[in-house]
Design a protein around this ligand. Sequence first.
Ligand SMILES: Cc1ncc(COP(=O)(O)O)c(C=O)c1O
Length: 481
Amino acid sequence: VDVQISLDGSGDLAAKIYRQLHDAVLDGRLRPGERLPPTRELAQRLAVSRNTVAAAYERLVAEGFLVGHVGAGTFVCDESLHRSRSRARHAPGGQDVQARPLWADLPAQPPIRPVAPRYNFRAGIPDGRLFPLEAWRRLISHELRPAAIASTEYLEPAGHPGLRAAIARYVGVSRAVRTGADDVLVTHGAQQAIDLVGRVLVEPGSRVAVEEPGYPPVRRLFRSLGARVVGVPVDAEGLDVAAIPKGIKLVYVTPSHQFPLGTPMSLARRSALLAWAERNRAVIVEDDYDSEFRFSDRPLEPLQSLDRAGRVIYVGSFSKTLLPTLRLGFVVAPASLQPALLSAKQLSDWHGDPTTQGALARFIDDGLLARHIRKATKAYAARHERIVAGLTGELREWLRLVPAAAGLHVCARLAPSATVDVAAALRHARQDGMVAHDLAGFCAEPPGQSGIMLGFGAIQLDDIVAGLGVLARGIRAAVVG
Ligand SMILES: Cc1ncc(COP(=O)(O)O)c(C=O)c1O
């Protein structure tokens, strides 16, 4: 669209562009889905630098008014419509209904771009092309037979009994998790599993420990429950157990494939963490979100199977092995916690969807999950290898690979001698269609770590070299000093 922007008068040009676009979105002159002029074009039209326009766009993207689709342009977000409507509904005199103050610091994350970038190194997503769609369709259709929906009673909060049994067998064999079907509670993803654990264990105002750097959604979740979240540093062996502050009763860890660094927790640290939990009568939440994909060494046993004191809660997810949109995960908790967890699940959403859960039960029992993981592991191993080759080759001047042999992402720290503005490097790369993550985004406490996280769930093998080439150009353009 041809937006009218006036730069009359003195003052910050980017702020003026920002303000006028902001108002145009809010009063509906720019409608959701509408495409904004490319930064270059608008900059030419207004006779300002492209960076000035980009700064205004970036601020509007960060605030959720616009969304950028790499390669396609910048668009007005649907959410801004909600905002303008909600503003229009604001009560006069500032009497609007307010959420509890802590929610002001926990805004919903901006929507993920529906248009995939050309070189998509986003972490945390599997390759939808590998998903065994035909088998899944058949199983879903079987679950939807008339007899299955004849009863319209609400179901057990713990989930489909067949799925609980299938998960217990599956994690028993593949991950040596010690459990029976009765101890498995099926959830809407790992996120809900951790939410339920938090609801039954976290006293508002108490402190919980998480890894630093770590997984932001879990940090935010604990904060939303009123906890004070303390970051505990992660080194080459995993969480620094000796650095857990006194008085902590719950610690959340990703020992199989630390998020984001990828480092597995050493056996010595696992033992130390279990001993710490036993000594302090504390609980360990073990998030084993993507370790099904392993590329070399034998996996270390989960904390859950090493635990002799019943202090570990094991959380799993099918978001990486199948699809994140299925919203399927589970929690294996000590028997003493089961009643409260079941109640929390029931109070939260009664139970999950039996059609999907029934299909997954059959999928596991028929050996299709194991087969799919074997096949996907081959594809992901090849991508992992190619990224590692790139990081230890052309990019070694600036980046140092953090060794890891599992999951769907790797990290690289900035080399000690490199003086690169990582955020600027990634901005440059994004303009050329390459998207990866800034490690600093996973650090809650300064000084953050400097580096890059590269996911390989979405990127195709043949695009990796070119994608890393774009990153290298971005880095070269962002060398400082
Ligand atoms: C550390 C971590 N835990 C859990 C998950 C999966 O969450 P969910 O099962 O809710 O999709 C992810 C996904 O990116 C993750 O990175």
